[in-house]
Design a protein around this ligand. Sequence first.
Ligand SMILES: Nc1ncnc2c1ncn2[C@@H]1O[C@H](COP(=O)(O)OP(=O)(O)O)[C@@H](O)[C@H]1O
Ligand SMILES: [Mg+2]
Length: 443
Amino acid sequence: MSSPIIELKSVGKSFRSADGSARAVLENVDFTLNEGEIVALLGKSGSGKSTMLRIMAGLIGADSGQVLYRGLPIYGPAHGISMVFQSFALFPWLTVQKNVELGLEANGMSPDERIQRAKSAIELIGLSGFEGALPRELSGGMRQRVGIARALVMEPEVLLMDEAFSALDVLTGERLREDILELWEGGLLPTKAMLVVSHNIEEAVMMADRVLVFASDPGRVRDELQIRLPRPREVEGADVRSLIDKVYGLMTAGAMRSGRMADKGVKMGIGDRLPEVGISRMEGTLEILADEPFLGRADLPKLAEKTELSDHELLDIASALTLLGFALLEQGDIMLTPLGLKYAQADNAERKAIFGHQLLENVPLIAYIRHGLVQDPSGDLHEDLFLKLLRFTLSEADTLSALRVAIEWGRYGELFEYDFNTGTLNMPKDEEVTAEQRTRDLA
Ligand SMILES: Nc1ncnc2c1ncn2[C@@H]1O[C@H](COP(=O)(O)OP(=O)(O)O)[C@@H](O)[C@H]1O
Ligand SMILES: [Mg+2]
């Protein structure tokens, strides 16, 4: 059996949020990276993937649990573990050669050896001839190759790639991914194990021996899928397509859990995150689904292709539609509910009425704002009130995002209006609050 290189045991990490309270970003993370494997890590943005990688590289410490490299605790930045970031983080005033040499220089290697090692890393990654170029003279794909050369020149046993292909256009990202896999398969890398954070399900399935799905709030490993297909893998092959479906299934199971589980009666709370999805995206997706020949049912990977949305965008839309009762998710498929179909076929006014109704039923934050406005004699409330409340459970970024989403949705559903200049929420102008309605709304 292969031996463990890095082990995380019950790792926890918290950060302070705006009000000074600690927020758990990682909790009980158990993970082992073994010799000879490529592991892909998928999960929502903000779920703590980068934090986990930084802990594995020894760049930051864990608050609890153990982090072992070859059986020994990691204290500081570990030799033998290199990271590649999404933003290329090259020094703009240094040539390709110098950028790659930098880490070796810090290690006190002699100039001759350093120059040779950097040259071979540059050659390995396909940048021969560009040693003297400056980063700004290179395309994005080439810059990321420099970033990878800079990691490889350290001859790391472990390579941690944090969305290393995400900033590149699709074809460039695929090419680079294929080149790295070819080097890996050919035994040309000094590296014995790789962990690849991705937000692209296909990428994860094409590369990895194991795919981990990360859960959010707090982050932890929720699901794991072994992939035993040899590489290179055929992207359109039946095996790959069915694995992609499976991973979609795992991820939508998470979207369901983080939205609402209608069947289990678990409701969302006021201080939960809201999927950051605009009305037009939701409506567009409902309309596409209504046009699907199979009774509003579609395979998520195919839908992603058709709509040209990223996996995360589509999963966010899917979780918004499930939350609002317009769709259901099942084994990597999304399907319209009868209400979702009705919505897709309704005119504008009817859509707004249905939408508003579903918001009050299913989104506690929006219902809470609406109730507040109905109860308040002046009919307007400042957003600070709600921001304060959200900050108890959410990070600053999520707080702002949740209120932004609530405002966009609530305005569309004609439950309230928002004054962008003053930051106040008001009852809709043409809606006179009658005593009768007040009782109905508060019921
Ligand atoms: N240094 C930090 N201080 C405070 N909060 C942080 C810090 N680093 C990350 N976070 C928070 O931790 C959460 C997880 O972040 P991150 O690990 O970058 O997630 P991911 O890589 O999955 O998108 C986010 O809510 C982020 O705002
Ligand atoms: Mg990240």
